[in-house]
Design a protein around this ligand. Structure first.
Ligand code: BGC
Length: 452
């Protein structure tokens, strides 16, 4: 019964992942209609896509103190409401400037949600199911992308980018209503001196033995609270924050979101001539991403983080090289070549979805020491969104400059650098208790070895 209640809480908070995904998925379908309707040039298209992403980075940064001051639950509540209104505002925007402004607010809400939801989940879930709730969050991101791709596809006959951008307000408002029913995070309550309420929340979530242990843990956390400026003087802490930041940049510079944002455009290059065909192929990409993520959630525990990252990076490298060759060698794209390109893009997506997607978020939830976890997570989330913004802004320009083939060649080069980074710096944390990882880190072990 209690477990069911915890899962229900997990489900509602993971809806923030859904917003993340909706927001990523929605623009790919709307972009070509928007471009025609508002006469956008490549620069403006880049800004329409990336304004959300850069402001999400700002939202994640602001969340560091907002979440301390307001609490995780209230931040999620605020983010869901803001997301709903900002979606409506972007659907109603009279010109490109107002659209970009509305998308800045949309981004702020996504940044706040994506910072607070994983923290809330990890603070409210009993240790046993903590891991699965964090990966469940990644699943919700991919579900959000699929839902957005599907509504894009279904709304194509209307040719209305306004409907596409507006319809995602519905899940946001449903989420607002559901978040009202969530309890506040017990750790936040404890840090704010609301001991009794914290204990009541824990009692409602945990069995008696889990409850006793959690209360002790929480009391320790509130006693050992080291200010950030002191943590920043410690080399191991700084290096692990940098590890999280680089992993997030690697995740984004894999080019996955470039494919998700501009898939219809790429399919146009690959010979899919009508918007319906392009959005259908894009929807398939979303499905492959989601289904693979479901399998990946099971693999993460049995395979180990490093092995999966190598496999994932290898598949991304192979498919990026194959796509580069395909587009560079074939100036005339026949339907046959188009289908091969689609197949290789599936390999790329599967490569990302088994590793870079879930494992990088999991590693970030594992390697940061408890004391500086909020700060470190804020840096990692901000890096994720900033790099995502760079991808959103630069992809079309790169494709226009060096061609689709050249673009995939650049991604291949980056995949090689990433594999080297994994080899040198990424620890194996599979089934290692968080306290052990933290102990090894603070003892000064090299990052690569903090798990063993
Ligand atoms: C990434 C997103 C990406 C998604 C795709 C997430 O882990 O952070 O940027 O769009 O995976 O499934």
């Amino acid at each position: 019964m209690k477990k069911l209640y915890t899962y229900r809480i997990g489900l509602v908070a993971a809806l923030a992942g859904l917003l993340f995904g909706l927001d990523i998925g929605v623009i790919s379908g709307a972009l070509s209609f928007l471009t025609t309707d508002l006469h956008l040039n490549v620069n403006q298209q880049g800004w329409v896509v990336s304004s959300v992403l850069f402001s999400a980075a700002a939202g994640a940064l602001a969340s560091g103190w907002l979440s301390k001051w307001w609490g995780r639950r209230n931040c999620i509540l605020f983010a869901a409401t803001l997301f709903g209104f900002a979606s409506l505002a972007s659907a109603l925007a009279a010109n490109v400037d107002l659209l970009i402004l509305a998308r800045v607010f949309l981004g702020l809400s996504v940044g706040i949600a994506t910072y607070n939801a994983p923290i809330y989940l990890s603070e409210i879930a009993p240790a046993k199911i903590r891991g699965s709730l964090v990966t469940f969050y990644q699943f919700m991101i991919t579900l959000g992308i699929v839902v957005a791709f599907l509504t894009n596809y279904l709304l194509t006959p209307t040719q209305s980018w306004r409907l596409m951008l507006g319809v995602i307000a519905i899940p946001a408002f449903i989420m607002t209503a559901l978040v009202f029913t969530l309890p506040k995070s017990p750790r936040w309550l404890m840090l704010n001196g609301q001991l009794e309420e914290a204990e009541n929340v824990l009692k409602s979530l945990l069995s008696e033995s889990e409850y006793q242990k959690s209360v002790k843990d929480l009391q320790m956390v509130s006693k050992n609270h080291t200010p950030i400026w002191q943590l920043l003087k410690q080399k191991p802490f700084v290096s692990v924050v940098l590890l999280g930041v680089f992993l997030q940049v690697i995740q984004q510079f894999s080019g996955m979101n470039g494919i998700l944002y501009f898939a219809p455009e790429m399919f146009k290059h690959a010979g899919y001539s009508t918007p319906t065909e392009q959005l259908w192929a894009t929807f398939l990409i979303g499905m492959v991403n989601m289904i693979t993520t479901i399998f990946a959630i099971r693999f993460v525990e049995s395979f180990g983080r490093r092995k999966i990252l190598f496999l994932s990076g290898g598949m991304i490298l192979f498919s990026a090289l194959a796509l580069a060759a395909l587009f560079m060698l074939n100036h005339q794209i026949t339907p046959f070549i188009g289908n091969i390109a689609l197949f290789i893009i599936f390999v790329f997506i599967i490569g990302f979805a088994i590793g870079y997607g879930p494992v990088i978020w999991t590693l970030c939830a594992e390697v940061f020491p408890l004391n500086g976890r909020s700060f470190a997570m804020s840096c990692a989330t901000m890096a994720n969104w900033t790099a995502n913004g760079v991808v959103g802004f630069a992809t079309l320009r790169l494709i226009n400059g060096v061609g689709v083939g050249g673009y995939f060649l650049i991604l291949a080069g980056f995949a090689i650098l990433s594999l080297y980074f994994f080899k040198r710096f990424v620890p194996e944390t599979k089934q290692v208790p968080l306290e052990t990882i933290e102990k090894h880190l603070m003892e000064g072990k090299p990052l690569r070895e903090i798990g063993s």
